[in-house]
Design a protein around this ligand. Structure first.
Ligand code: CA
Length: 225
């Protein structure tokens, strides 16, 4: 998942950024509310982790503006222990969940997984597509029951396809999902290379090319055991 992290505390922000990366996510971290609001308009994120007290634009304003634009981006709010009113206001403003500081990274990662399950209408914690299965918690991929070894990028790409199994994803959207802004410019053929590797490691029909548009997950029937 590509996450937008908005937290002005440098130590907490750094810990959360590192921890979320270790859980396999692509993370863009902003300390300033105004920059975060600009970032929201500039890339397609899967979820936002939002502190409420921020310099620039505060978290509640960001949340209000987001929902006023009718964007359904899942949002988890970080609040202080004594911030009952802030939590209530955050939920009422359209936050999907909250966590109280201090934050345990494993709990944050689990909350994000649960939030994404609800968003995507999945009740199962393990995602399957034909004979392929992906466990977002352990980040293990199995093909016909066998554990696969995938690189971090291959895994992120596969997760992006499995999250939206019916959507055709353009190259530019896939690049957005796989690379944060600090990661430098990906090579022009990098998505093609990862797609090629996934097809080779799993199945030639795992990902289909939609000419002139991009890529989509192949039909589950073609990937049955
Ligand atoms: Ca703060």
């Amino acid at each position: 998942m590509r996450l937008l992290l908005v937290e002005d505390d440098p130590d907490l922000g750094d810990a959360l950024e590192q921890g979320l990366r270790q859980h396999g996510h692509v993370v863009d971290w902003f300390r300033d509310g105004r920059q975060a609001a600009t970032a929201l308009a500039g890339a397609e994120f899967d979820a936002m982790v939002l502190d409420l007290g921020l310099p620039g634009t505060d978290g509640m304003t960001i949340l209000h503006e987001l929902r006023a634009r009718d964007q359904s981006l899942p949002v988890l709010v970080l609040t202080a222990r004594d911030g009952v009113e802030a939590r209530v206001a955050g939920l009422d403003a359209g936050a999907d969940d909250y966590l109280i500081k201090p934050i345990a990274i494993d709990e944050l990662a689990a909350r994000l997984r649960a939030m994404m399950r609800r968003t995507r209408g999945r009740t199962q914690s393990v995602w399957t597509h034909g004979a392929l299965s992906f466990d977002p918690a352990s980040r293990q991929v199995r093909w016909r029951g066998q554990l696969l070894e995938l690189t971090a990028r291959e895994l992120a790409l596969l997760e992006t396809f499995l999250a939206q199994p019916h959507r055709v994803l353009s190259r530019s959207v896939l690049v957005e999902k796989l690379y944060d802004w600090g990661g430098g410019d990906p090579e022009s053929n990098t998505i093609e290379v990862h797609v090629h590797h996934l097809r080779r490691k799993i199945h030639p029909r795992l990902i289909r090319t939609v000419r002139g548009v991009g890529y989509a997950l192949g039909p589950a029937e073609a990937l049955s055991a």
